[in-house]
Design a protein around this ligand. Structure first.
Ligand code: MSP
Length: 511
C-alpha cells in the first residue's frame, strides 16, 4: 500500500485564561478545518494544540486566587479542553507546558544551546510587559507603552541568559529569500523584515530570576526559562524530540504549517526559526499569520465588556453556525468583524436559506413524488450539464483555495454550487414536471442531479461543519463520502431511498 503523505499542523498553545472568547476560538477552528481537510484528502495528519502555562502572569493570578500555580492551571486547562470539545476540535495531541516530557525537553534544548555557545550569561536591563511576557527597547515602545497591548511596561535589571539571535540574522534573511512562501500573507513578511530584521536583531533575554513559575535552567536553577523559548519548544517536544521515543518527531518534523495570530508572527518567524537553526533542525515550511476577530473595530476583552463565553453562541445557534461564521467571515489574513447580528446573518443567509433549504426541499420532493427513491433516468438538458460541470470542478477550486489557506473563498465556492442548485430547482420547476405523467423520468433525473450535487458539496463541507455534514449524509442516506468519490459526477447510488428530512438550521430572529 502506498504510504500516506504526512501533514503536521499546529495552532498556538493558549495562555490558560478563564476568559476564552470567540477570537481565541478562531485560530483553533481554522487549524481544525485545515486538519480535517487534509485528512479528507488522504494525508496522515498530526494536529497539535495545547496550553502555555508558565510565566509571571500566571504566578500572579494564582497568588490572587490563593492557590498554587499548578492548581490554578489545572482547573483552567480543563475549561480549555471542554471548549475545544464543544467546538468539535479534532486535535491529535493536547500538550501542556507543565507536562514532564515537555519540561525535560526544554531543559535539554536550553543546555544544548548553551553548550553550543548560542546562549550566554549577561545582565538584563530593560523594559518588560508582563501581560505579553515580552521584552522591549525604549524605541520600540508606543507612547511609552507596550506596542502589542498598550499597557504599562516595567523596568527590570537582573542577571540573565541571552540567546544569540544576532548571529543568525543573515541566515534567517536568506531563508526568507529562498522560501518566499515561508511567511503568509506576504504583508506579514514585509513587516518582519522592515520592523525587526533590517534595524538589526538584538540578542534575546531567555531567562528570568524575579519569579519562579517556569522551567528551571537545569545547570543554574535560580533561573527559569523565558516563556516564549519554553512555549515555542512545544512544537517539537510534543513529538518526542530528544527522547528515546522520537518516532513522531522523525515522522512529522519539519512542521508543514504553524497557524498563529498576527501579533505572535514575530516569535514564530524570527525566534523560532533561529532556535531551530541553532539546534541544527530543519525549519517549518510555513507560518500563517491570520487576522483578528474584532468587535466594533477593537479587541474583544472582558474589561471592555464585549466578551461572551463562546459556549453561549454554540448553545443558541449550534456548533456549526459558530464554526461556519468564523471560517467564512474573516477574509484571508485580514481582520473580520464579529457581532451577534453578523452571526445570525450568516446562519440565516447561508446555512438556513441556502444549504438547509436545499437539502430540505430536495428530500421533501423525493419523498413526495417517488416515495424517497432517487433514480438517475439519464435524461439530459443543457442546464443539467452546466450544473454538472460546476459540481465536478468544485473539488479543484476548493483545493486551490485551501492550498493558499483562503478558507473563506473555499466556502464561498461550495456555497456557489448550492446556490446554483437552488436556481436549478427554480429553472426546472419540479412541481410542474410532477403534474405530467410523461415527465416522470425528467423529474427523477432532476432530483438525482440535485442529490448528487448535495453529496459532492457535503463531502467537502465535512472539513468545515462536520456535524452538519454527518446529518446530511444520514438524511440523503449515503456512505459514499470520500474525497475521491467527487472527482466525477454520479457517485450517489441511483435507486437509493432517502431518509426523512429534518431541519438543519432554524432561522434565527435578530436580537
Ligand atoms: N501562548 C501564546 C502562544 C504561544 S505559541 C508557541 C499566546 N496565547 S494566547 O492565548 O494569547 O493566544 C492564542 C491565539 O489566539 C493566538 O493565535 C492569538 O492570535 C489568538 N487570538 C486571541 N484573540 C484573538 C482575536 N480576537 N481574534 C483572532 N485570534 C485571536 O499568544
Amino acid at each position: 500500500m502506498k504510504e500516506k503523505k504526512k501533514f503536521y499542523v499546529t495552532t498556538p498553545i493558549y495562555y490558560p485564561s478563564a476568559n476564552f472568547h470567540i477570537g481565541h476560538c478562531y485560530t483553533t477552528i481554522i487549524g481544525d478545518a485545515i486538519a480535517r481537510y487534509k485528512r479528507l484528502c488522504g494525508y496522515d495528519v498530526f494536529y497539535l494544540t495545547g496550553t502555555d502555562e508558565h510565566g509571571q502572569k500566571i504566578q500572579k493570578k494564582a497568588e490572587e486566587a490563593g492557590v498554587s500555580p499548578q492548581e490554578y492551571v489545572d482547573k483552567i486547562v480543563a475549561n480549555a479542553k471542554d471548549l475545544w470539545k464543544t467546538l468539535n476540535i479534532s486535535y491529535d495531541k493536547f500538550i501542556r507546558t507543565t507536562d514532564s516530557e515537555h519540561v525535560l525537553c526544554v531543559q535539554k534544548i536550553f543546555k544544548k544551546l548553551y553548550d553550543n555557545g548560542d546562549i550566554y550569561k549577561g545582565v538584563y536591563k530593560g523594559l518588560y510587559c508582563t501581560p505579553c511576557e515580552s521584552f522591549w527597547t525604549e524605541t520600540q515602545l508606543v507612547d511609552g507603552k507596550c506596542p502589542d497591548c498598550g499597557r504599562e511596561v516595567s523596568e527590570v535589571s537582573e542577571e540573565a541568559y541571552f540567546f544569540k539571535l544576532s548571529k543568525y540574522q543573515d541566515r534567517l534573511m536568506k531563508y526568507y529569500e529562498d522560501n518566499p512562501t515561508f511567511i503568509e500573507p506576504q504583508s506579514r513578511k514585509n513587516e518582519m523584515i522592515n520592523n525587526f530584521i533590517k534595524p538589526g536583531l538584538e540578542d534575546l533575554c531567555v531567562s528570568r530570576t524575579s519569579f519562579n513559575w517556569g522551567i528551571p535552567v537545569s545547570f543554574d536553577d535560580k533561573h527559569v526559562v523565558y516563556v516564549w523559548l519554553d512555549a515555542l519548544s512545544n512544537y517539537i517536544s510534543a513529538l518526542g524530540y530528544l527522547t528515546e521515543n522520537d518516532d513522531l518527531f522523525k515522522k512529522y518534523w519539519p512542521c508543514d504549517l504553524h497557524i498563529v495570530g498576527k501579533e505572535i508572527v514575530r516569535f514564530h518567524t524570527i525566534v523560532w526559526p533561529i532556535m531551530l537553526m541553532a539546534l541544527d533542525l530543519p525549519l517549518p515550511k510555513k507560518v500563517f499569520g491570520h487576522g483578528w476577530l474584532v468587535i466594533n473595530g477593537g479587541k474583544i476583552s472582558k474589561s471592555i465588556g464585549n466578551y461572551k463565553d463562546p459556549r453561549n453562541y454554540v448553545d443558541t445557534y449550534g456548533v456549526d453556525a459558530v464554526r461556519y461564521f468564523v471560517l467564512r467571515e474573516v477574509p484571508f489574513g485580514s481582520d473580520g468583524s464579529f457581532s451577534e447580528d453578523a452571526l445570525i446573518n450568516r446562519t440565516n443567509g447561508d446555512l438556513a436559506n441556502i444549504l438547509g433549504n436545499l437539502v430540505n426541499r430536495t428530500i421533501g420532493m423525493a419523498n413526495k413524488y417517488f416515495d424517497g427513491i432517487i433514480e438517475d433516468k439519464k435524461t439530459s438538458e443543457d442546464l443539467d450539464n452546466k450544473l454538472k460541470v460546476e459540481a465536478i470542478e468544485l473539488k479543484d477550486k476548493v483545493d486551490k483555495y485551501m492550498e493558499k489557506l483562503e478558507i473563506s473563498k473555499a466556502l464561498e465556492v461550495i456555497f456557489d454550487l448550492l446556490r446554483s442548485c437552488n436556481k436549478y430547482i427554480d429553472d426546472t420547476m419540479p412541481w410542474i414536471l410532477a403534474k405530467d405523467e410523461n415527465k416522470k423520468d425528467r423529474l427523477s433525473t432532476v432530483l438525482y442531479n440535485l442529490m448528487e450535487c448535495i453529496r459532492i458539496a457535503t463531502v467537502l463541507l465535512q472539513a468545515f461543519i462536520p456535524d452538519t455534514a454527518s446529518k446530511i449524509f444520514y438524511q440523503i442516506n449515503t456512505n459514499i463520502i470520500s474525497y475521491d468519490s467527487i472527482s466525477s459526477f454520479g457517485g450517489y447510488e441511483s435507486g437509493n431511498k432517502v431518509n426523512k428530512s429534518e431541519v438543519l438550521f432554524q432561522r434565527v430572529e435578530y436580537k
